[in-house]
Every structure is written in structure tokens, then in C-alpha cells.
Design a protein around this ligand. Structure first.
Ligand code: G3P
Length: 493
């Protein structure tokens, strides 16, 4: 009797799964979930119930929608471009895309320089020492270690001279690293206001899909200067003995910005602070007026000044589970489709969806020179193999793949198109960054910013080894098997 019941239950689960799992889900993702549920239902079904939804629900969803609505309403009359700026039709359509999906306008700003992994802490210390009123810090991974100690010391000093310091870090992102509790005690002792982002605490009914994470990395001081990029607040070896043994160090890149765009970066922090604390939308009220002015009432998205923009122009593009339209993925895809001469992609984790892969290969077929920079060996086994499974198709199309030799781990994340538009920030080009991670991307049109990124790409190129079709064809059967198998896991979100 029991076995008959199990057979009926198994049949019903599969029939129901077949007609429900694919709803609003990519076919690849649906197939991966259905395979898991059909072949190992005892594992697949609970996993699907736990991890099946890439969106946030409940309070987080409501608050994000409210904040999005506040920003949209407050900025409705702000023109697509700041006063005195113009853009061609293609560029306007991309800026409009970002604006419609995130409500964030294009703002003036100045690139004050790129900062690599070994320079970040000193840069942050200098900015915090200059703070008058407040410092906002937000990192996916934050750790108190010998490298980051001076930054924590500067935060403590700032609090003691009356500066208000707010500090956000991702709960699961940070808690696995040595010294986690020591960091919390230090923040408390120094009077820093801190919160975990996306906390998981079943005993306090804080529970959701555990791999939805806040992956942003940014610091804003007094609304005057913002620093954002790819780097976590941790030693470039990530405090792992195995990394030290192998000499593994992460290669990162961050940008220092001033001007009105800083307010947009702060609005991202303010949203996250509000979502985590329920405290009034501190920075949004502070930030929005600076973005609102100077505006032309009624301009909004109906802005059609034609030409080539001059000077510093930036647009902050938040994305993540609170933005189900995947603004970062659409931005990457749109820019690559519009490319006419060159595309440089730097992404430590590169697992594109079908649309992005087609945009990249179509660009090559249109005659665009496309290059991809990755690590020879990514630090995460599954992503390492999943991303390799795309290399064959990319190489056959004519994409040039440059691999930074191990033990370096290339962790910078940016895209440069036609030497005139860049996207820079925390977002990888993988399904996690498109669907599961809160990210902040910065579209930059300032010539000095774009050129500086191209120079960094040139540095990576000269330090990398280019992968050839012949070399790729000679990889072992085991590697090929692992690459193909791990490609399936990438489809799961
Ligand atoms: O997720 P990311 O891009 O911040 O990188 C994390 C590190 O690679 C540690 O695994």
C-alpha cells in the first residue's frame, strides 16, 4: 500500500512540476530544475521549494517597490541628461532603458582616478579622514584583518570626532571569514552603526532563499565623494591558507567619483540601509534634491537633444532581486548589440545567458573586435568549469580570450564599448549577478574614465595568455566533462 502511495505521489509531483516550474522561467533553468526533480525528487523538490524563486518576497519586495516609486516620483521631471548635455539616438535609448528600469537619472560626475587592490584601503582612509558629517560603507564581504585595520581605525576616529558612520555588510558573504565576531565587537566599541544585509536567522523568522545576496561594494563620504568597484573589504588573499600557499591574490579595480553622481551612489546605500533598518530613508531625502537640480520641469524621459556628450556623465544602475527586469543584463546586452568597433569585457565569473552570448557573438559577426578577460583559474570550482563551457563557442565566433595566469585571480568587473562607453562596478557577467545578487553598476561616458579602463585592459592583456582554438581543442576529456556538467548548474537560478 505504502509503495503504491509513493508511486502515485511521485507521479503527481512530476505532473505538477511540469506545469508549474517553467512559469516565468528561462527554458534552460526550467529544464535544469525539472531534471533535478524528476531524477532525484527527494532532493530536487525541497531544493526547488527553498531556492526556486530568484526574487525577494514579502516586506523586502514591498519596501524596494516603495523606494523605487519614491525615486521615480521625485525624479519624474528630471531630464534624461543633465543640463547642457546631449546624446545620440542609440545612447539616449540605453540611458532611457536604465532610467525606465531603475528610475535613476544620468548625472554629471568626475572620475578622480582608478584605484587597484593594493591602493584601496589607503584611499578609503584618506577619504574618511576628510569626512565632516557622515560616512556610508557597504560591502558584500567585510573583514577586519591586517590589511583593512587602518580603515576600521579611521572609521573609529571619525566617530570620535562626531562623524556618523553607517556600515552594511552581507551576512553570509562576511560571516565565513576569520575575525568576523572581532569585527562586530570593534564596530560596536567604536560606535559605528552597522547592520547585516540579507540576514539569515531562522530562529527570528528571518529566512529566504539563502543565496540571494547583496554583492555591492561602495563607500560614500559626506555626499561629496564615492568609491565603488569590484573589491571587497578584505585582504587581497581572502584570508585563506590555501590561497596563501598558492600565492593567490585578487586583482581588483575601483573608481573614485565626485560630483552629482555621488548622490545617486548614496541613494543605493540609502535604499539598502532603509531596507535593513526600517530607519527613514536617510540618504534618499538628502540625495534626491541634488539629482533633481538643475532640472527642466516636464522634461523627464522626453529628452531628445542630439549630439555627442561632453565632460563627465554617469548613470548609476542598481539591480538584483528587487529588480526583476534584470537591468544589468539588459544594459550589457544593449550596449554590445550597439557596438560598432570594439568590445572589451573583464569579468571574473563569465556565465552569460543565451541573449548575452548571442549579443557577443553577433557583434563579432558584424565585424566588431570583441575580447574577454578572465582568470586562467577562477577561485570557485563550479563557476570555473561553467564559464569554460562557453569558451569553445566564443573562440569559434572569433572572440579573443585573454586569461590572466594563475595564481592571480582577475576580479575587476567592467565593459568598454567603442572606446566611448563603459560599465563598471560589482556585477559579474553571470547568472548570479543578473538574478540573485544585488549589484551596483556605473555607466560612464567621461572620456578620462573610459580611457583609464582601456589602459587597465591593455595591462591585463599584456600580462595574460591568449587562448587559441587549437589549445582549447586539446583539453582533456575529464575537463571537457566537468565543463559540460557544471554548465548545467549555471542554468539553475
Ligand atoms: O563575489 P565576489 O565577486 O565579490 O568575489 C568573491 C571572492 O571571489 C571570494 O570567493
Amino acid at each position: 500500500m505504502l509503495s503504491e502511495l509513493l508511486v502515485v505521489a511521485d507521479f503527481l509531483i512530476k505532473v505538477v512540476a511540469l506545469g508549474t516550474v517553467p512559469e516565468d522561467r528561462r527554458p534552460g533553468s526550467s529544464s535544469a530544475w525539472l531534471l533535478l526533480i524528476f531524477f532525484i525528487p527527494l532532493v530536487g523538490l525541497p531544493l526547488f521549494l527553498l531556492l526556486g524563486s530568484p526574487s525577494v518576497r514579502g516586506r523586502r519586495h514591498r519596501v524596494q517597490q516603495q523606494v523605487n516609486a519614491v525615486i521615480a516620483e521625485r525624479l519624474v521631471d528630471v531630464p534624461l541628461l543633465p543640463e547642457g548635455q546631449v546624446a545620440d539616438t542609440h545612447l539616449r535609448s540605453v540611458l532611457g532603458l536604465n532610467r525606465r528600469l531603475t528610475s535613476f537619472p544620468c548625472a554629471a560626475g568626475e572620475n578622480r582616478g582608478l584605484v587597484a587592490q593594493d591602493e584601496l584601503v589607503a584611499e578609503l582612509v584618506a577619504q574618511v579622514r576628510a569626512a565632516d558629517s557622515w560616512v556610508h560603507v557597504e560591502f558584500y564581504i567585510a573583514a577586519l584583518d591586517a590589511t583593512t585595520e587602518p580603515f576600521f581605525a579611521a572609521l573609529g576616529d571619525a566617530v570620535r570626532r562626531g562623524v556618523r558612520v553607517r556600515f552594511l555588510f552581507d551576512h553570509l558573504g562576511a560571516r565565513g571569514y576569520p575575525g568576523y565576531h572581532r569585527m562586530l565587537r570593534r564596530l560596536d566599541a567604536d560606535g559605528v552603526q552597522w547592520r547585516r544585509m540579507m540576514p539569515i536567522d531562522p530562529l527570528r523568522r528571518r529566512w529566504r532563499r539563502p543565496d540571494l545576496r547583496n554583492h555591492r561594494k561602495l563607500v560614500v563620504v559626506d555626499g561629496r565623494v564615492a568609491v565603488l568597484g569590484s573589491q571587497n573589504l578584505i585582504d587581497p588573499g581572502y584570508l585563506r591558507a590555501r590561497n596563501t600557499r598558492r600565492g593567490r591574490r585578487w586583482v581588483d579595480l575601483n573608481v573614485v567619483l565626485t560630483g552629482p553622481v555621488v548622490q545617486a551612489v548614496d541613494a543605493v546605500f540609502a535604499t539598502d540601509w532603509f531596507i535593513e533598518t526600517g530607519e527613514s530613508v536617510v540618504g534618499i531625502d538628502v540625495a534626491l534634491p541634488a539629482l533633481e537640480a538643475p532640472g527642466r520641469p516636464g522634461a523627464g524621459l522626453r529628452d531628445d537633444r542630439d549630439g555627442t556628450p561632453s565632460g563627465g556623465l554617469y548613470q548609476v544602475v542598481p539591480s538584483g532581486p528587487g529588480f526583476p527586469t534584470e537591468p544589468n543584463l539588459r544594459l550589457f546586452t544593449a550596449l554590445i548589440h550597439d557596438a560598432t568597433s570594439t568590445v572589451s569585457i573583464v569579468s571574473p565569473y563569465f556565465v552569460p545567458d543565451e541573449a548575452l552570448e548571442h549579443a557577443i557573438t553577433s557583434a563579432v559577426y558584424r565585424g566588431v573586435a570583441v575580447e574577454l578577460f578572465v582568470s586562467e583559474r577562477a577561485d570557485q570550482f563550479m563557476v570555473h568549469h561553467a564559464q569554460r563551457s562557453y569558451y569553445g563557442a566564443l573562440l569559434r565566433a572569433g572572440v579573443r580570450i585573454h586569461r590572466l595566469p594563475a595564481p592571480a585571480v582577475l576580479h575587476s568587473k567592467f565593459l568598454v564599448v567603442d572606446s566611448r562607453i563603459a560599465v563598471f562596478g560589482s556585477s559579474n557577467m553571470d547568472m548570479r549577478s543578473f538574478q540573485l545578487n544585488y549589484e551596483v553598476s556605473l555607466l560612464g561616458l567621461e572620456p578620462s574614465f573610459v580611457t583609464a579602463l582601456e589602459e587597465r585592459a591593455a595591462g591585463y592583456r599584456s600580462a595574460s595568455l591568449e587562448l587559441t582554438v587549437g589549445e582549447w581543442a586539446r583539453r582533456s576529456l575529464l575537463e571537457r566533462y566537468l565543463d559540460n556538467a557544471m554548465r548545467l548548474t549555471a542554468a539553475v537560478p
